[in-house]
Design a protein around this ligand. Structure first.
Ligand code: FAD
Ligand code: NAI
Length: 471
Protein backbone atom coordinates (compact mmCIF):
# COMPACT_ATOMS: atom_id res chain seq x y z
CA UNK A 1 0.00 0.00 0.00
CA UNK A 2 1.01 3.62 -0.64
CA UNK A 3 1.34 5.01 2.90
CA UNK A 4 0.83 8.63 1.96
CA UNK A 5 -2.93 7.93 1.64
CA UNK A 6 -5.48 6.54 4.11
CA UNK A 7 -6.68 4.01 1.51
CA UNK A 8 -5.55 2.59 -1.79
CA UNK A 9 -9.09 2.88 -3.13
CA UNK A 10 -12.06 4.83 -1.86
CA UNK A 11 -15.39 4.09 -3.49
CA UNK A 12 -18.32 6.50 -3.26
CA UNK A 13 -21.61 4.60 -3.21
CA UNK A 14 -22.38 1.02 -2.13
CA UNK A 15 -24.83 -0.02 -4.86
CA UNK A 16 -24.18 -2.96 -7.19
CA UNK A 17 -21.38 -0.95 -8.83
CA UNK A 18 -19.67 0.31 -5.68
CA UNK A 19 -20.00 -2.67 -3.37
CA UNK A 20 -18.78 -5.10 -6.04
CA UNK A 21 -15.82 -2.83 -6.87
CA UNK A 22 -14.99 -2.65 -3.15
CA UNK A 23 -15.03 -6.41 -2.68
CA UNK A 24 -13.01 -7.15 -5.82
CA UNK A 25 -10.44 -4.43 -4.97
CA UNK A 26 -10.05 -5.98 -1.50
CA UNK A 27 -9.71 -9.45 -3.03
CA UNK A 28 -6.87 -8.03 -5.13
CA UNK A 29 -5.03 -6.98 -1.96
CA UNK A 30 -5.88 -3.28 -1.89
CA UNK A 31 -6.87 -1.33 1.22
CA UNK A 32 -10.46 -0.27 0.53
CA UNK A 33 -13.09 2.07 1.94
CA UNK A 34 -16.62 2.45 0.62
CA UNK A 35 -18.72 5.49 1.48
CA UNK A 36 -22.50 5.08 1.72
CA UNK A 37 -24.98 7.57 3.07
CA UNK A 38 -27.91 5.14 3.30
CA UNK A 39 -28.54 3.20 6.52
CA UNK A 40 -27.93 -0.05 4.67
CA UNK A 41 -25.60 -1.20 1.90
CA UNK A 42 -26.70 -2.34 -1.58
CA UNK A 43 -27.76 0.96 -3.14
CA UNK A 44 -30.91 1.52 -5.15
CA UNK A 45 -31.02 -2.07 -6.38
CA UNK A 46 -31.15 -3.87 -3.05
CA UNK A 47 -33.01 -1.24 -1.04
CA UNK A 48 -35.59 0.32 -3.35
CA UNK A 49 -35.09 -1.22 -6.79
CA UNK A 50 -34.48 -4.68 -8.20
CA UNK A 51 -35.03 -6.67 -5.03
CA UNK A 52 -38.19 -5.21 -3.46
CA UNK A 53 -39.80 -4.90 -6.91
CA UNK A 54 -39.09 -8.55 -7.71
CA UNK A 55 -40.37 -9.61 -4.28
CA UNK A 56 -43.69 -7.82 -4.90
CA UNK A 57 -43.88 -9.09 -8.48
CA UNK A 58 -43.50 -12.62 -7.15
CA UNK A 59 -46.07 -12.23 -4.39
CA UNK A 60 -48.64 -10.47 -6.58
CA UNK A 61 -48.21 -13.09 -9.30
CA UNK A 62 -48.89 -15.88 -6.81
CA UNK A 63 -52.05 -14.07 -5.79
CA UNK A 64 -53.23 -13.53 -9.33
CA UNK A 65 -52.63 -17.16 -10.28
CA UNK A 66 -54.67 -18.31 -7.32
CA UNK A 67 -57.34 -15.69 -7.76
CA UNK A 68 -58.44 -16.79 -11.21
CA UNK A 69 -55.29 -17.01 -13.27
CA UNK A 70 -53.72 -20.35 -14.02
CA UNK A 71 -55.28 -22.13 -11.06
CA UNK A 72 -58.71 -21.76 -12.66
CA UNK A 73 -57.40 -22.94 -16.04
CA UNK A 74 -56.52 -26.23 -14.37
CA UNK A 75 -59.77 -26.56 -12.48
CA UNK A 76 -58.09 -25.78 -9.22
CA UNK A 77 -60.39 -23.75 -7.06
CA UNK A 78 -58.88 -21.44 -4.50
CA UNK A 79 -60.28 -18.50 -2.66
CA UNK A 80 -57.30 -16.22 -2.28
CA UNK A 81 -57.06 -13.21 -0.03
CA UNK A 82 -53.99 -11.27 0.96
CA UNK A 83 -52.69 -9.24 3.83
CA UNK A 84 -50.80 -6.29 2.33
CA UNK A 85 -48.94 -5.63 5.58
CA UNK A 86 -47.63 -9.18 5.64
CA UNK A 87 -46.71 -8.97 1.97
CA UNK A 88 -44.76 -5.77 2.55
CA UNK A 89 -43.09 -7.23 5.63
CA UNK A 90 -41.90 -10.26 3.67
CA UNK A 91 -40.56 -7.94 0.94
CA UNK A 92 -38.67 -5.97 3.61
CA UNK A 93 -37.32 -9.22 5.05
CA UNK A 94 -35.92 -10.14 1.63
CA UNK A 95 -34.31 -6.70 1.36
CA UNK A 96 -32.90 -7.02 4.88
CA UNK A 97 -31.39 -10.45 4.17
CA UNK A 98 -29.61 -9.13 1.10
CA UNK A 99 -28.39 -5.78 2.45
CA UNK A 100 -27.19 -7.57 5.61
CA UNK A 101 -25.41 -10.00 3.33
CA UNK A 102 -23.37 -7.18 1.80
CA UNK A 103 -22.43 -5.93 5.24
CA UNK A 104 -21.19 -9.44 6.05
CA UNK A 105 -19.18 -9.53 2.80
CA UNK A 106 -17.61 -6.15 3.62
CA UNK A 107 -16.46 -7.49 7.00
CA UNK A 108 -15.24 -10.73 5.50
CA UNK A 109 -13.20 -8.87 2.88
CA UNK A 110 -12.05 -6.12 5.29
CA UNK A 111 -13.71 -3.30 3.38
CA UNK A 112 -14.23 -0.27 5.63
CA UNK A 113 -17.75 1.21 5.40
CA UNK A 114 -17.54 4.99 5.89
CA UNK A 115 -21.07 6.12 6.75
CA UNK A 116 -22.24 9.46 5.43
CA UNK A 117 -22.33 11.65 2.36
CA UNK A 118 -19.04 12.12 0.51
CA UNK A 119 -17.97 15.29 -1.29
CA UNK A 120 -14.66 15.93 -3.03
CA UNK A 121 -12.08 18.23 -1.44
CA UNK A 122 -9.54 17.51 -4.17
CA UNK A 123 -8.74 14.64 -6.50
CA UNK A 124 -7.42 12.46 -3.67
CA UNK A 125 -9.56 13.67 -0.77
CA UNK A 126 -13.22 13.38 0.17
CA UNK A 127 -15.04 14.97 3.04
CA UNK A 128 -17.68 13.11 5.02
CA UNK A 129 -19.19 15.45 7.56
CA UNK A 130 -16.16 17.02 9.28
CA UNK A 131 -13.80 14.16 8.56
CA UNK A 132 -11.53 13.93 5.54
CA UNK A 133 -10.27 10.72 3.98
CA UNK A 134 -7.61 10.35 1.33
CA UNK A 135 -7.07 7.67 -1.26
CA UNK A 136 -4.75 7.01 -4.17
CA UNK A 137 -7.68 6.09 -6.40
CA UNK A 138 -11.32 7.11 -6.08
CA UNK A 139 -14.28 5.42 -7.78
CA UNK A 140 -17.53 7.33 -8.23
CA UNK A 141 -20.44 4.88 -8.06
CA UNK A 142 -23.17 7.20 -6.82
CA UNK A 143 -25.93 5.75 -9.00
CA UNK A 144 -29.06 7.54 -10.10
CA UNK A 145 -32.38 8.82 -8.87
CA UNK A 146 -35.82 9.51 -10.27
CA UNK A 147 -36.19 12.15 -12.98
CA UNK A 148 -38.76 14.65 -11.71
CA UNK A 149 -41.72 15.69 -13.84
CA UNK A 150 -42.40 19.41 -13.55
CA UNK A 151 -45.94 20.06 -12.33
CA UNK A 152 -46.35 16.56 -10.90
CA UNK A 153 -44.56 16.71 -7.59
CA UNK A 154 -43.66 13.41 -5.93
CA UNK A 155 -44.43 13.12 -2.21
CA UNK A 156 -43.67 9.58 -1.03
CA UNK A 157 -44.82 10.39 2.52
CA UNK A 158 -48.30 11.47 1.52
CA UNK A 159 -48.46 8.45 -0.81
CA UNK A 160 -50.63 10.05 -3.52
CA UNK A 161 -48.08 11.01 -6.17
CA UNK A 162 -45.19 8.61 -5.72
CA UNK A 163 -42.04 7.48 -7.47
CA UNK A 164 -40.87 3.85 -7.54
CA UNK A 165 -39.74 4.05 -3.91
CA UNK A 166 -43.21 5.14 -2.83
CA UNK A 167 -44.94 2.63 -5.10
CA UNK A 168 -42.98 -0.18 -3.43
CA UNK A 169 -44.37 0.84 -0.09
CA UNK A 170 -48.05 1.81 -0.44
CA UNK A 171 -50.20 0.89 2.54
CA UNK A 172 -53.35 0.30 0.50
CA UNK A 173 -54.18 -1.03 -2.94
CA UNK A 174 -54.90 1.97 -5.19
CA UNK A 175 -58.40 2.26 -6.54
CA UNK A 176 -57.02 3.85 -9.69
CA UNK A 177 -53.28 4.04 -10.26
CA UNK A 178 -52.14 6.27 -13.12
CA UNK A 179 -48.63 5.39 -14.24
CA UNK A 180 -46.77 8.18 -16.02
CA UNK A 181 -44.21 6.52 -18.32
CA UNK A 182 -44.67 3.11 -19.95
CA UNK A 183 -41.09 2.00 -19.39
CA UNK A 184 -39.68 -0.73 -17.19
CA UNK A 185 -40.69 0.67 -13.80
CA UNK A 186 -44.18 1.64 -14.94
CA UNK A 187 -44.91 -1.81 -16.32
CA UNK A 188 -43.37 -3.76 -13.44
CA UNK A 189 -44.96 -1.78 -10.63
CA UNK A 190 -48.14 -1.19 -12.62
CA UNK A 191 -48.40 -4.99 -12.91
CA UNK A 192 -47.92 -5.45 -9.17
CA UNK A 193 -50.81 -3.17 -8.27
CA UNK A 194 -53.07 -4.33 -11.10
CA UNK A 195 -52.69 -7.92 -9.89
CA UNK A 196 -53.57 -6.83 -6.38
CA UNK A 197 -56.76 -5.19 -7.62
CA UNK A 198 -56.01 -1.66 -8.80
CA UNK A 199 -57.33 -0.21 -12.01
CA UNK A 200 -54.15 0.84 -13.84
CA UNK A 201 -53.82 3.43 -16.60
CA UNK A 202 -50.45 3.94 -18.29
CA UNK A 203 -49.81 7.32 -19.89
CA UNK A 204 -46.87 7.03 -22.29
CA UNK A 205 -45.41 9.90 -24.27
CA UNK A 206 -44.33 7.77 -27.26
CA UNK A 207 -46.63 5.69 -29.43
CA UNK A 208 -45.24 2.42 -28.06
CA UNK A 209 -44.17 1.11 -24.64
CA UNK A 210 -40.59 0.23 -23.68
CA UNK A 211 -38.38 2.51 -25.79
CA UNK A 212 -35.05 0.96 -26.72
CA UNK A 213 -36.44 -2.53 -27.12
CA UNK A 214 -37.07 -4.36 -30.40
CA UNK A 215 -40.07 -2.97 -32.30
CA UNK A 216 -42.00 -6.25 -32.53
CA UNK A 217 -41.42 -6.91 -28.85
CA UNK A 218 -42.75 -3.46 -27.97
CA UNK A 219 -45.89 -4.04 -30.03
CA UNK A 220 -46.50 -7.49 -28.58
CA UNK A 221 -45.91 -6.21 -25.05
CA UNK A 222 -48.52 -3.51 -25.62
CA UNK A 223 -51.07 -6.14 -26.69
CA UNK A 224 -50.32 -8.42 -23.75
CA UNK A 225 -50.57 -5.71 -21.09
CA UNK A 226 -53.82 -4.49 -22.62
CA UNK A 227 -55.19 -8.03 -22.56
CA UNK A 228 -54.23 -8.19 -18.89
CA UNK A 229 -56.42 -5.21 -18.24
CA UNK A 230 -54.05 -2.26 -18.18
CA UNK A 231 -55.46 0.79 -19.86
CA UNK A 232 -53.01 2.38 -22.29
CA UNK A 233 -52.84 6.02 -23.28
CA UNK A 234 -49.99 5.93 -25.78
CA UNK A 235 -48.88 9.18 -27.40
CA UNK A 236 -50.00 11.20 -24.38
CA UNK A 237 -48.31 13.30 -21.73
CA UNK A 238 -49.27 14.56 -18.31
CA UNK A 239 -48.94 18.32 -18.01
CA UNK A 240 -50.03 18.92 -14.43
CA UNK A 241 -51.49 17.44 -11.26
CA UNK A 242 -53.47 18.67 -8.30
CA UNK A 243 -54.00 16.72 -5.11
CA UNK A 244 -57.14 17.17 -2.99
CA UNK A 245 -57.34 14.84 -0.03
CA UNK A 246 -57.27 11.34 -1.46
CA UNK A 247 -57.89 12.39 -5.07
CA UNK A 248 -55.42 13.40 -7.70
CA UNK A 249 -56.59 15.18 -10.84
CA UNK A 250 -54.21 14.96 -13.77
CA UNK A 251 -54.19 17.08 -16.91
CA UNK A 252 -53.35 14.91 -19.88
CA UNK A 253 -52.93 15.89 -23.49
CA UNK A 254 -51.62 14.48 -26.74
CA UNK A 255 -47.82 14.36 -26.89
CA UNK A 256 -47.93 16.75 -29.82
CA UNK A 257 -50.15 19.07 -27.75
CA UNK A 258 -53.88 19.69 -27.65
CA UNK A 259 -56.98 17.65 -26.71
CA UNK A 260 -56.54 18.28 -23.00
CA UNK A 261 -58.52 16.03 -20.68
CA UNK A 262 -58.69 15.48 -16.92
CA UNK A 263 -58.14 12.09 -15.32
CA UNK A 264 -58.98 11.31 -11.71
CA UNK A 265 -56.72 8.94 -9.85
CA UNK A 266 -56.32 7.73 -6.30
CA UNK A 267 -52.57 7.30 -6.82
CA UNK A 268 -50.01 8.39 -9.41
CA UNK A 269 -46.65 6.78 -10.17
CA UNK A 270 -44.06 8.97 -11.86
CA UNK A 271 -41.70 6.69 -13.79
CA UNK A 272 -40.28 8.70 -16.67
CA UNK A 273 -36.66 7.67 -16.24
CA UNK A 274 -33.72 8.15 -13.91
CA UNK A 275 -30.81 10.59 -13.87
CA UNK A 276 -27.24 10.33 -12.55
CA UNK A 277 -26.49 11.36 -8.94
CA UNK A 278 -23.82 14.04 -8.91
CA UNK A 279 -25.41 16.81 -6.82
CA UNK A 280 -23.41 17.65 -3.74
CA UNK A 281 -20.36 15.66 -4.86
CA UNK A 282 -18.38 18.86 -5.50
CA UNK A 283 -16.96 17.36 -8.67
CA UNK A 284 -15.39 20.68 -9.62
CA UNK A 285 -13.02 20.46 -6.65
CA UNK A 286 -11.65 17.27 -8.14
CA UNK A 287 -11.37 18.86 -11.57
CA UNK A 288 -14.36 16.99 -12.98
CA UNK A 289 -17.57 18.00 -14.69
CA UNK A 290 -20.60 16.17 -16.04
CA UNK A 291 -21.41 15.70 -19.74
CA UNK A 292 -24.57 17.06 -21.42
CA UNK A 293 -26.56 14.09 -20.09
CA UNK A 294 -25.45 14.70 -16.53
CA UNK A 295 -23.18 11.65 -16.57
CA UNK A 296 -19.51 11.41 -15.68
CA UNK A 297 -17.65 10.74 -18.91
CA UNK A 298 -15.16 7.87 -18.92
CA UNK A 299 -12.81 6.04 -21.25
CA UNK A 300 -12.98 2.32 -22.06
CA UNK A 301 -11.22 1.60 -18.77
CA UNK A 302 -13.76 3.63 -16.69
CA UNK A 303 -11.16 6.31 -16.01
CA UNK A 304 -12.46 9.87 -15.96
CA UNK A 305 -10.50 12.80 -17.30
CA UNK A 306 -8.77 12.97 -13.90
CA UNK A 307 -6.20 10.16 -13.86
CA UNK A 308 -6.92 8.67 -10.43
CA UNK A 309 -10.72 9.02 -10.52
CA UNK A 310 -12.97 6.41 -12.09
CA UNK A 311 -16.74 6.14 -12.59
CA UNK A 312 -19.05 3.15 -13.01
CA UNK A 313 -22.72 2.17 -12.93
CA UNK A 314 -25.71 4.46 -13.38
CA UNK A 315 -23.65 7.64 -12.93
CA UNK A 316 -21.58 6.72 -16.00
CA UNK A 317 -22.83 6.31 -19.60
CA UNK A 318 -24.65 3.13 -20.67
CA UNK A 319 -27.80 1.29 -19.60
CA UNK A 320 -28.88 1.83 -16.00
CA UNK A 321 -28.84 -1.80 -14.97
CA UNK A 322 -27.56 -3.55 -11.87
CA UNK A 323 -25.63 -6.26 -13.71
CA UNK A 324 -23.93 -3.64 -15.90
CA UNK A 325 -22.90 -1.77 -12.74
CA UNK A 326 -21.65 -4.99 -11.11
CA UNK A 327 -19.54 -6.04 -14.08
CA UNK A 328 -18.08 -2.54 -14.28
CA UNK A 329 -17.34 -2.77 -10.54
CA UNK A 330 -15.21 -5.85 -11.08
CA UNK A 331 -13.50 -4.41 -14.14
CA UNK A 332 -12.65 -1.05 -12.55
CA UNK A 333 -11.09 -2.78 -9.53
CA UNK A 334 -8.99 -4.90 -11.87
CA UNK A 335 -7.83 -1.83 -13.81
CA UNK A 336 -6.94 -0.04 -10.57
CA UNK A 337 -4.93 -3.09 -9.48
CA UNK A 338 -3.01 -2.92 -12.75
CA UNK A 339 -4.86 -5.72 -14.52
CA UNK A 340 -7.15 -5.51 -17.56
CA UNK A 341 -10.85 -5.46 -16.73
CA UNK A 342 -13.34 -6.57 -19.32
CA UNK A 343 -16.98 -5.61 -19.87
CA UNK A 344 -18.52 -6.26 -23.28
CA UNK A 345 -21.02 -3.44 -23.53
CA UNK A 346 -22.44 -4.92 -26.74
CA UNK A 347 -23.78 -7.93 -24.85
CA UNK A 348 -25.70 -6.66 -21.83
CA UNK A 349 -29.06 -8.37 -21.34
CA UNK A 350 -32.13 -6.35 -20.50
CA UNK A 351 -35.11 -7.91 -18.73
CA UNK A 352 -38.57 -6.69 -17.74
CA UNK A 353 -39.84 -8.92 -14.94
CA UNK A 354 -43.53 -8.86 -15.76
CA UNK A 355 -45.58 -11.95 -16.60
CA UNK A 356 -44.70 -12.95 -19.25
CA UNK A 357 -41.14 -11.67 -18.96
CA UNK A 358 -39.62 -9.54 -21.72
CA UNK A 359 -35.92 -9.80 -22.50
CA UNK A 360 -33.36 -8.85 -25.07
CA UNK A 361 -29.64 -8.74 -25.72
CA UNK A 362 -27.63 -7.13 -28.50
CA UNK A 363 -29.11 -5.22 -31.41
CA UNK A 364 -32.81 -4.79 -32.11
CA UNK A 365 -33.92 -5.56 -35.67
CA UNK A 366 -34.15 -1.82 -36.33
CA UNK A 367 -30.60 -1.23 -35.04
CA UNK A 368 -29.24 -4.19 -37.02
CA UNK A 369 -30.71 -2.82 -40.25
CA UNK A 370 -29.41 0.63 -39.47
CA UNK A 371 -25.95 -0.80 -38.79
CA UNK A 372 -26.14 -2.50 -42.22
CA UNK A 373 -26.61 0.91 -43.82
CA UNK A 374 -30.36 0.46 -44.11
CA UNK A 375 -30.02 -2.68 -46.26
CA UNK A 376 -32.70 -5.08 -44.98
CA UNK A 377 -31.26 -7.95 -47.03
CA UNK A 378 -28.14 -7.90 -44.86
CA UNK A 379 -30.09 -8.92 -41.76
CA UNK A 380 -31.80 -12.30 -41.29
CA UNK A 381 -34.48 -12.81 -38.70
CA UNK A 382 -35.96 -16.03 -37.30
CA UNK A 383 -39.02 -15.94 -35.09
CA UNK A 384 -40.73 -18.71 -33.19
CA UNK A 385 -44.05 -18.28 -31.34
CA UNK A 386 -44.48 -19.78 -27.87
CA UNK A 387 -47.81 -21.07 -29.21
CA UNK A 388 -45.79 -23.69 -31.10
CA UNK A 389 -43.53 -24.58 -28.16
CA UNK A 390 -44.61 -27.85 -26.58
CA UNK A 391 -43.79 -26.94 -22.98
CA UNK A 392 -45.59 -23.61 -23.18
CA UNK A 393 -48.52 -25.41 -24.73
CA UNK A 394 -48.51 -28.07 -22.00
CA UNK A 395 -48.42 -25.35 -19.37
CA UNK A 396 -51.28 -23.44 -21.12
CA UNK A 397 -48.99 -20.43 -21.12
CA UNK A 398 -48.38 -19.53 -24.76
CA UNK A 399 -48.03 -15.73 -24.89
CA UNK A 400 -44.99 -14.39 -26.71
CA UNK A 401 -42.20 -15.46 -29.03
CA UNK A 402 -38.45 -15.72 -29.45
CA UNK A 403 -36.66 -13.81 -32.17
CA UNK A 404 -33.09 -14.28 -33.35
CA UNK A 405 -31.45 -11.59 -35.49
CA UNK A 406 -28.35 -12.57 -37.48
CA UNK A 407 -25.97 -11.13 -40.04
CA UNK A 408 -27.13 -12.45 -43.42
CA UNK A 409 -23.60 -12.91 -44.67
CA UNK A 410 -21.74 -14.38 -41.69
CA UNK A 411 -24.77 -15.76 -39.83
CA UNK A 412 -23.34 -14.33 -36.62
CA UNK A 413 -26.07 -13.58 -34.06
CA UNK A 414 -26.50 -9.83 -33.63
CA UNK A 415 -29.41 -9.80 -31.19
CA UNK A 416 -32.01 -11.96 -29.46
CA UNK A 417 -35.39 -10.71 -28.22
CA UNK A 418 -38.13 -12.61 -26.49
CA UNK A 419 -41.36 -12.48 -24.57
CA UNK A 420 -42.31 -15.52 -22.52
CA UNK A 421 -42.66 -16.72 -18.97
CA UNK A 422 -38.97 -17.62 -18.60
CA UNK A 423 -37.42 -14.95 -20.83
CA UNK A 424 -35.31 -13.45 -18.02
CA UNK A 425 -33.58 -16.77 -17.47
CA UNK A 426 -33.47 -17.80 -21.13
CA UNK A 427 -31.73 -14.61 -22.22
CA UNK A 428 -28.58 -15.74 -20.37
CA UNK A 429 -28.12 -18.48 -22.94
CA UNK A 430 -28.44 -15.94 -25.74
CA UNK A 431 -25.91 -13.63 -24.07
CA UNK A 432 -23.47 -16.48 -23.65
CA UNK A 433 -23.88 -17.61 -27.25
CA UNK A 434 -23.25 -14.05 -28.46
CA UNK A 435 -20.25 -13.69 -26.14
CA UNK A 436 -18.78 -16.79 -27.83
CA UNK A 437 -19.53 -15.31 -31.26
CA UNK A 438 -22.19 -17.91 -32.11
CA UNK A 439 -23.91 -18.13 -35.48
CA UNK A 440 -27.62 -18.93 -35.64
CA UNK A 441 -26.56 -22.30 -37.05
CA UNK A 442 -24.46 -22.99 -33.92
CA UNK A 443 -27.60 -22.52 -31.83
CA UNK A 444 -29.80 -24.50 -34.21
CA UNK A 445 -27.43 -27.48 -33.91
CA UNK A 446 -27.09 -27.31 -30.13
CA UNK A 447 -29.16 -30.00 -28.43
CA UNK A 448 -31.81 -28.46 -26.16
CA UNK A 449 -33.72 -30.53 -23.61
CA UNK A 450 -37.32 -31.38 -24.45
CA UNK A 451 -39.83 -30.17 -23.46
CA UNK A 452 -38.49 -26.76 -22.41
CA UNK A 453 -39.22 -23.16 -23.23
CA UNK A 454 -35.57 -22.93 -24.30
CA UNK A 455 -36.38 -25.02 -27.36
CA UNK A 456 -38.13 -21.93 -28.72
CA UNK A 457 -34.70 -20.27 -28.87
CA UNK A 458 -33.29 -23.20 -30.85
CA UNK A 459 -36.30 -23.12 -33.20
CA UNK A 460 -36.02 -19.36 -33.70
CA UNK A 461 -32.38 -19.95 -34.70
CA UNK A 462 -33.55 -22.72 -37.06
CA UNK A 463 -36.06 -20.22 -38.45
CA UNK A 464 -33.15 -17.92 -39.36
CA UNK A 465 -32.06 -20.79 -41.63
CA UNK A 466 -35.65 -21.01 -42.87
CA UNK A 467 -36.01 -24.50 -41.37
CA UNK A 468 -37.90 -24.62 -38.09
CA UNK A 469 -39.53 -28.02 -37.42
CA UNK A 470 -42.60 -27.13 -35.41
CA UNK A 471 -43.95 -24.26 -37.47
P1 FAD B 1 -27.04 2.74 -6.96
O1 FAD B 1 -27.57 1.37 -6.78
O2 FAD B 1 -27.98 3.84 -7.19
O3 FAD B 1 -26.16 3.03 -5.67
C1 FAD B 1 -25.54 4.24 -5.44
C2 FAD B 1 -25.42 4.44 -3.95
O4 FAD B 1 -24.58 5.57 -3.73
C3 FAD B 1 -26.73 4.76 -3.25
O5 FAD B 1 -26.96 3.84 -2.21
C4 FAD B 1 -26.56 6.17 -2.72
O6 FAD B 1 -27.15 6.35 -1.44
C5 FAD B 1 -25.05 6.29 -2.62
N1 FAD B 1 -24.55 7.65 -2.77
C6 FAD B 1 -24.82 8.53 -3.77
N2 FAD B 1 -24.14 9.66 -3.61
C7 FAD B 1 -23.41 9.50 -2.49
C8 FAD B 1 -22.48 10.33 -1.81
N3 FAD B 1 -22.14 11.52 -2.28
N4 FAD B 1 -21.94 9.85 -0.66
C9 FAD B 1 -22.27 8.63 -0.17
N5 FAD B 1 -23.11 7.80 -0.79
C10 FAD B 1 -23.68 8.23 -1.93
N6 FAD B 1 -31.73 -3.04 -12.58
C11 FAD B 1 -31.65 -4.33 -12.98
O7 FAD B 1 -30.63 -4.69 -13.58
N7 FAD B 1 -32.64 -5.23 -12.74
C12 FAD B 1 -33.78 -4.87 -12.10
O8 FAD B 1 -34.65 -5.70 -11.89
C13 FAD B 1 -33.92 -3.53 -11.68
N8 FAD B 1 -35.03 -3.12 -11.05
C14 FAD B 1 -35.15 -1.83 -10.63
C15 FAD B 1 -36.33 -1.43 -10.02
C16 FAD B 1 -36.47 -0.13 -9.59
C17 FAD B 1 -37.75 0.27 -8.91
C18 FAD B 1 -35.41 0.79 -9.77
C19 FAD B 1 -35.52 2.19 -9.28
C20 FAD B 1 -34.24 0.41 -10.39
C21 FAD B 1 -34.10 -0.90 -10.84
N9 FAD B 1 -32.95 -1.34 -11.50
C22 FAD B 1 -32.85 -2.63 -11.93
C23 FAD B 1 -31.82 -0.43 -11.76
C24 FAD B 1 -30.71 -0.67 -10.72
O9 FAD B 1 -31.25 -0.47 -9.44
C25 FAD B 1 -29.55 0.28 -10.96
O10 FAD B 1 -29.09 0.16 -12.29
C26 FAD B 1 -28.38 -0.03 -10.03
O11 FAD B 1 -28.78 0.07 -8.69
C27 FAD B 1 -27.22 0.91 -10.29
O12 FAD B 1 -26.18 0.62 -9.42
P2 FAD B 1 -25.13 1.74 -8.97
O13 FAD B 1 -24.18 1.03 -8.08
O14 FAD B 1 -24.61 2.44 -10.15
O15 FAD B 1 -25.98 2.81 -8.16
P1 NAI C 1 -37.66 4.17 -18.66
O1 NAI C 1 -36.68 5.00 -19.38
O2 NAI C 1 -37.57 2.70 -18.77
O3 NAI C 1 -39.12 4.55 -19.12
C1 NAI C 1 -39.60 5.86 -19.03
C2 NAI C 1 -40.78 5.99 -19.97
O4 NAI C 1 -41.41 7.23 -19.70
C3 NAI C 1 -40.39 5.99 -21.43
O5 NAI C 1 -41.22 5.08 -22.10
C4 NAI C 1 -40.62 7.43 -21.87
O6 NAI C 1 -41.00 7.53 -23.22
C5 NAI C 1 -41.74 7.85 -20.94
N1 NAI C 1 -41.85 9.27 -20.68
C6 NAI C 1 -40.85 10.18 -20.53
N2 NAI C 1 -41.36 11.38 -20.24
C7 NAI C 1 -42.71 11.26 -20.21
C8 NAI C 1 -43.80 12.12 -19.96
N3 NAI C 1 -43.58 13.39 -19.66
N4 NAI C 1 -45.05 11.63 -20.01
C9 NAI C 1 -45.28 10.33 -20.30
N5 NAI C 1 -44.28 9.46 -20.54
C10 NAI C 1 -43.02 9.90 -20.49
O7 NAI C 1 -37.57 4.67 -17.15
P2 NAI C 1 -38.17 4.06 -15.81
O8 NAI C 1 -39.24 3.07 -16.08
O9 NAI C 1 -38.43 5.21 -14.93
O10 NAI C 1 -36.95 3.25 -15.23
C11 NAI C 1 -35.70 3.89 -15.03
C12 NAI C 1 -34.58 2.96 -15.24
O11 NAI C 1 -34.44 2.05 -14.15
C13 NAI C 1 -34.76 2.03 -16.45
O12 NAI C 1 -34.41 2.67 -17.65
C14 NAI C 1 -33.82 0.93 -16.13
O13 NAI C 1 -32.53 1.32 -16.48
C15 NAI C 1 -33.93 0.83 -14.62
N6 NAI C 1 -34.84 -0.27 -14.25
C16 NAI C 1 -34.58 -1.53 -14.68
C17 NAI C 1 -35.41 -2.57 -14.39
C18 NAI C 1 -35.11 -3.91 -14.91
O14 NAI C 1 -34.00 -4.13 -15.38
N7 NAI C 1 -36.02 -4.86 -14.84
C19 NAI C 1 -36.60 -2.38 -13.59
C20 NAI C 1 -36.82 -1.01 -13.20
C21 NAI C 1 -35.94 -0.02 -13.52
Amino acid sequence: ADHSYDYDVLIIGAGPGGYVAAIRAAQLGLKVACVESRETLGGTCLNVGCIPSKALLHASELFEEAEGGHFATWGIEAKATFDLKKMMAEKSAAVGDLTGGIEFLFKKNKVTWLKGHAAFEDAHTVKIGDATHTAKDIVIATGSSVTPLPGVEVDNDKKRIVDSTGALDLDEVPEHLVVIGGGVIGLELGSVWRRLGAKVTVVEFLDQLLPGMDGEVRKEAGKIFKKQGMEMMLGHKVTGASVKGKKVTLSVEKSSGGDEQKIEASHVLVSIGRRPNTDGLMLEKAGLKVNNRGQIAIGHDFRTEVENIWAIGDVAPGPMLAHKAEDEGIAVAEFIAGQTGIVNHDVIPNVVYTAPEIAGVGLTQEQAIEAAGGDKAKVKVGKFPMMANSRAKANRDTDGFVKVIADAETDRVLGVWMINTLAGTMIAQAAQAMEFGATSEDIAYTCHAHPTHAEAFKEAAMAVQGKPIHM
